[in-house]
Design a binder for this molecule. Structure first.
Ligand code: NAI
Length: 269
């Protein structure tokens, strides 16, 4: 895609799932990638290996580089260090992908405050901190840039028993639009994708059980869950120069999940 080669992208939570697929896809498009991970260093190394394989498949002297950085996005010192070390290593940072995310389930009347704080910390405080540091760098170096938040269909669909997750993704939607408006005139675009049910480790509970998977997929108009690669393709598009006039949007990639599947057949006169 246009305009990605030679850029530098920081992807948070890139040791598995959607973040791993994004890092690999952006490297394939010629971006230098910073692979942030929290604890799974083997997963991060696997992302690094696959990213370099894709990036350098047809190129003799491949210029693409990847850097592994450990860090907890919810901690201010870690978020500052992630962005600074990316800039120190590559000399610039052009693209931030706020992907790291966690979830817990509990009836809302029993939701522990610590659990609430943890989900909001990773899913909302982390993206705010990483965006703040990236935007600061873009403004001070007078560079255009792109921030892409990995939100969810639960940015707009309420999810009972996942109160903290629903709040975090709803907040992420407003963060996307607020930052987009604030920095549009500076050439900094801020967008999001809203994945539907996607086959990744966060969904182990149903992806590994054929009956539960069929039950989940029965609610999806296209009849199947999505893949991390399908999410990564949309992220590459939004980060590229094919999307230079798009800002403040959440693009739902969900097989039709946000189309009110219950209306597939008429249930009222
Ligand atoms: P995943 O569990 O494979 O990825 C989440 C990543 O975040 C992991 O690599 C994990 O190590 C990392 N992480 C957790 N806490 C962290 C922290 N404090 N600092 C840095 N990294 C941390 O799951 P998946 O599905 O790839 O999730 C990626 C994003 O996609 C999340 O934001 C999730 O909410 C979102 N999403 C996923 C959907 C799905 O069906 N898989 C649907 C909608 C949104």
């Amino acid at each position: 895609m246009k305009g990605l080669a030679g850029k530098t992208a920081l992807i948070t939570g890139a040791s598995s799932g959607i973040g791993q697929a994004i890092a690999i896809r952006l490297a394939e498009e010629g971006c230098n990638v910073v692979i942030n991970y929290y604890s799974d260093s083997d997963g991060a190394k696997d992302t690094h290996r696959q990213a370099m394989e894709k990036a350098c498949a047809d190129v003799e002297n491949c210029g693409v580089k990847a850097l592994l950085l450990k860090g907890d996005v919810s901690k201010e010192t870690d978020a500052i260090a992630l962005v600074q070390q990316s800039i120190d290593y590559f000399g610039q940072l052009d693209i931030l992908i706020n992907n790291a995310g966690v979830q817990t389930d509990s009836p809302s009347e029993a939701l522990e405050a610590d659990s609430f704080d943890w989900v909001l910390g990773v899913n909302l405080r982390g993206p705010y901190l990483c965006a703040r540091e990236t935007i600061k760098h873009l403004l001070s170096s007078d560079r255009p840039g792109s921030v892409i938040n990995i939100s969810s269909v639960h940015e707009i669909i309420p999810r009972p028993q996942y109160l903290s997750y629903s709040i975090s993704k709803g907040g992420m939607g407003n963060m996307t639009r607020t930052l987009a408006l604030e920095y549009a005139a500076k050439g900094i675009r801020v967008n999001a994708i809203g994945p539907g049910a996607t086959i990744t480790p966060i969904n182990d509970e149903w992806t590994d059980d054929p009956a539960k998977k069929a039950e989940v997929e029965s609610h999806i108009p296209m009849g199947r869950a999505g893949t991390s690669e399908e999410m990564a393709a949309a992220v590459a598009f939004l980060a590229s120069d094919e999307a230079t006039y798009i800002t403040g949007q959440t693009l739902y990639i969900d097989g039709g999940l946000t189309l009110y599947a219950d209306f597939r057949e008429a249930w009222s006169a």
